[in-house]
Design a protein around this ligand. Structure first.
Ligand code: HPA
Ligand SMILES: [Zn+2]
Length: 333
């Protein structure tokens, strides 16, 4: 029996594997600066978030049609099933596709169709979250959000991603007000590269339900106490943090410290095709470098499910499966 988990921090465009990038480039007549697999793979050495984003935004140009979005979503779900994912809240970047002339209908239509198919084939339930670019003007996010709602595109929530430093959450207050007023869930990346103050802004001004990353909260004692007392979910992505050099090595990763402090942390994969693995690889890497007891694994899994937007009774049922898993494997190893 696999430990059931909810994947809450995964960018669809970050599941594009190098082989798929080159195949889609050929299929769609898109010319990339790196024509061979070897040259492409040479690009995967990142010095910070921006150096990754530059590659990520270049590569996603190979996605052109509804069928492409369908194909990569289904490929992700197939891979996710193998790592024990039972519920996914999938991020996508509408601006990355709109600016290349790909319509919201193509993007969301292809993704949604695959999510429905994935639920039938793999039993993975889902939510879909449109993430807005913080490096783009808030007016762009607002215009797209209005269009998404006016045209009835099916999204369950909004998020905030891309370059963090210099783009505080406060810039997006009106966008998040609008989203909440229209019944959407709200999450935001904060405290990945940005200071604890950005986490505070995401909480106070954007009124988010989860913080994506959030690891820099540890620099502010008062903030840690607040996050603990509010049981605010932090979706932590260990392999991503190492590859983007927000932590030096996995052995230095604060995940265990965060657990011990009582923070509501869970493990996620962010951009698995870029950072060295999916959810199972993140769990394995953390276990190898930091050591995880089965009880800690179960806590991380339970946190992911409780922090999800899954409705009852599905949520409680999945949590009960975690308890069952723990009773089957024993608490220690
Ligand atoms: O890790 C990330 N951080 C910020 N923006 C992103 N967009 C895709 N992945 C990321
Ligand atoms: Zn992310």
């Amino acid at each position: 029996m696999k430990l059931p988990v909810a994947e809450l921090h995964i960018h669809l465009e970050g599941t594009l594997e190098p082989e798929a990038i080159l195949r889609l480039a050929k299929q769609n007549g898109v010319t990339l600066p790196w024509p061979s697999l070897e040259q492409l793979r040479d690009q995967y050495d990142f010095s910070n978030l921006q150096s990754f984003l530059d590659l990520f935004y270049t590569n996603l140009a190979v996605l052109r049609t509804r069928a492409d979005f369908h194909e990569i979503t289904l490929a992700y779900l197939r891979r996710a099933e193998a790592s024990g994912v039972r519920h996914v809240e999938l991020f996508f970047d509408p601006q990355a596709h709109l600016e290349r002339g790909i319509g919201l209908g193509e993007v969301i239509g292809g993704i949604r169709e695959a999510l429905r198919e994935g639920e039938e084939r793999f039993g993975i339930t889902h939510k879909l979250i449109a993430c807005f670019w913080r490096h783009a003007p808030a007016a762009s996010a607002m215009e797209i959000l209005r269009t998404l709602l006016a045209e009835g595109h099916q999204i369950d929530g909004i998020g905030l991603d891309s370059s963090e430093l210099g783009y505080p959450p406060a810039l997006f207050r009106a966008v998040f007000d609008y989203a909440r007023d229209h019944g959407l869930h709200v999450v935001a990346h904060a405290g990945e590269e940005g200071p604890p103050e950005y986490i505070v802004q995401a909480l106070d001004l954007l009124k988010v339900e989860r913080i994506d990353h959030g690891i820099r909260c540890l620099e502010d004692e008062g903030l840690v106490r607040r996050l603990v007392s509010e049981r605010m979910p932090l979706t932590v992505c260990p392999l991503s943090n190492v590859r983007l050099r927000t932590v030096d090595t996995l052995a230095d990763h604060p995940l265990k410290e965060m657990l011990v402090r009582g923070l509501n942390v869970s493990i996620h994969s962010d951009d698995p095709a870029y950072f060295g693995g999916y959810l199972d690889a993140n769990f394995e890497a953390v276990d190898r470098e930091l050591g995880l007891t089965n009880a800690e694994r179960a806590t991380l899994a339970r946190n992911s499910i409780e922090s999800s937007f899954l409705e009852e009774p599905a949520k409680s049922r999945l949590c009960a499966e975690v308890d069952f898993w723990l009773s089957a494997v024993g608490r220690d190893r």
